[in-house]
Ligand binder design. Structure first.
Ligand code: HEC
Ligand code: HEC
Length: 403
């Protein structure tokens, strides 16, 4: 013990130095992606001088946020309006499309409004609730003063500085390249991946959870959170990148500045929707998120209304059988204007129950599903796994009724 502590102290100091002064990790990245890495971590590119992409998308939380809803703006006082998604496992996603049946899939953001990682990357710099720059030119001017500006010139030519819109697009291209190339953003080294390769085995609870996850009469989770390898040969991403309306309860702490009476309507407010799409039916639909690293998250759903993973599972089980626990005495689906409440999915398991019926998932099932979801954590994030609240589902959910 005595001999170990100086080493522990040295390791602690080493970690502190790294934390204060993170060395750029360019290992194995192309020059474009390495530039993107530096842009991603540069707080000087924000109006406040205190926020970078990495401030909200923190590596140790699976490139999502520690709290769910973040603040930003010129003085870091503006409250964000949506839960910060993880940037892991988004690298193969493409633009929003509608199939013949009118089913939406793809796109970036909870409402699919960015068609590519590059298109997405321009928005945070100018979003008044985030990095809050007035225009592209001011971002490019900040970039020109950075320590890595010479590398930007080497890649894009000196003339690009005279064309701020082009330079801004080149920055976004570098950010996209970084997110596609950084191996930490798609490690595929969770316990689940090891089990699939025959290098580890599930515990009994994990195995039961895995079965429930796929069972169409029980969890039915895989209907949307795909559990099979993709056409591209990649291991499952646990999303089909489609959209659905779960009727998630309102987040009381979220002051929304949305056009329609303070409601976030998701997909139907996406301005890129094709003209022939019936937008009304899409109000309240949000992107199906990947469940990889879900056990590391601190806030769930597009509005971060639920902050405990076991409680999310209880919501799936008891939304319809014990609605009061989630919506209190008021109307159900209380985060949607009444005319859109009919859009909520009530036909698919596990949320196809009626009041008085038995939930599709028992307490034991919920525990088993939780155990399975915890196997989806990348190896580098083991220390960040949140401790789920242990209380039984209904009692747990009751907290919502008091809000
Ligand atoms: C103030 C916090 C904040 C900052 C700073 C920020 N983001 Fe985000 N990011 C979010 C939130 C919140 C969302 C979801 C917003 C929505 O759906 O409307 C998001 C969404 C995304 C997505 C879409 C992920 C998906 O699954 O669709 C990507 C990619 C992304 N951000 C990358 C970046 C990059 C690159 C930067 C820096 C240029 C950045 N973010 C800066 C909070 C932030
Ligand atoms: C019909 C499609 C569908 C089914 C079935 C489904 N989900 Fe989801 N899931 C979604 C959508 C859509 C969201 C995002 C909803 C929102 O934010 O409004 C979501 C969100 C989640 C989240 C929150 C993740 C995050 O990062 O915020 C978890 C956890 C989750 N689902 C787990 C499950 C589990 C476990 C099951 C099975 C018991 C399941 N889901 C079944 C569509 C589905």
């Amino acid at each position: 013990m005595l001999k170990l502590w100086p080493m522990a102290l040295a390791m602690g100091l080493g970690a502190l130095v790294l934390w204060l002064n993170p060395a750029p990790r360019h290992h194995g990245l192309s020059p474009l992606a390495a530039l993107g890495h530096d842009i991603f971590h540069d707080v000087a590119l924000s109006a406040s001088g205190r926020q970078s992409c990495a401030t909200c998308h923190r590596a140790e939380f699976g490139h999502a946020s520690a709290s769910g809803i973040e603040t930003g703006g010129p003085d870091m006082q503006a409250q964000g309006q949506r839960n910060v998604p993880s940037l892991r496992y988004v690298h193969t996603r493409s633009a929003l499309t509608f199939d013949k049946e009118g089913k939406a899939s793809g796109g970036f953001f909870w409402d699919g409004r960015a068609a590519s990682l590059q298109a997405q990357a321009m928005q945070p710099f100018l979003n008044p609730l985030e990095m809050a720059n007035p225009d592209a030119a001011s971002v490019v001017q900040k970039l020109s003063r950075s320590t890595y500006a010479a590398r930007f010139t080497a890649l894009n030519g000196a003339a690009i500085w005279q064309q701020p819109e082009l330079a801004f697009a080149a920055m976004a291209e570098a950010l996209a390249a970084y997110q596609k190339e950084d191996p930490d953003l798609h490690r595929f080294d969770s316990k689940f991946d090891r089990v699939m390769k025959g290098r580890a085995t599930f515990s009994d609870a994990e195995q039961r959870g895995w079965s429930l996850f796929k069972d169409k009469e029980k969890g039915n989770c895989a209907a949307c959170h795909t559990a099979e390898a993709g056409a591209d040969g990649l291991p499952p991403l646990f999303t089909d990148n489609s959209y659905d309306n779960l009727g998630v309860p309102r987040h009381p702490g979220l002051g929304l500045h949305q056009p329609i009476s303070g409601h976030d309507l998701g997909l139907c407010q996406n301005r890129l929707l094709p003209a022939d799409v019936r937008a009304d039916s899409l109000c309240g639909a949000f992107k199906v998120p990947s469940l990889r690293n879900v056990a590391v998250r601190r806030a769930f759903f597009h509005n971060a209304a639920i902050t405990d993973l076991r409680e999310v599972l209880s919501f799936y089980a008891t939304r319809d059988t014990h609605a009061r626990l989630w919506y209190g005495k008021g109307p159900v689906f209380n985060d949607l204007p009444s005319r859109y409440r009919g859009n909520v999915n009530r036909s698919e398991a596990p949320y196809d129950r009626k009041p008085g019926e038995r939930p599709r998932l028992s307490e034991q099932d919920t525990d088993d599903l939780l155990a399975f979801l915890q196997t989806l954590t990348d190896a580098d994030l083991a220390a960040s796994v949140a401790k789920p609240r242990a209380a039984v589902a209904v009692a747990n959910a009751a907290a919502h009724a008091d809000r």
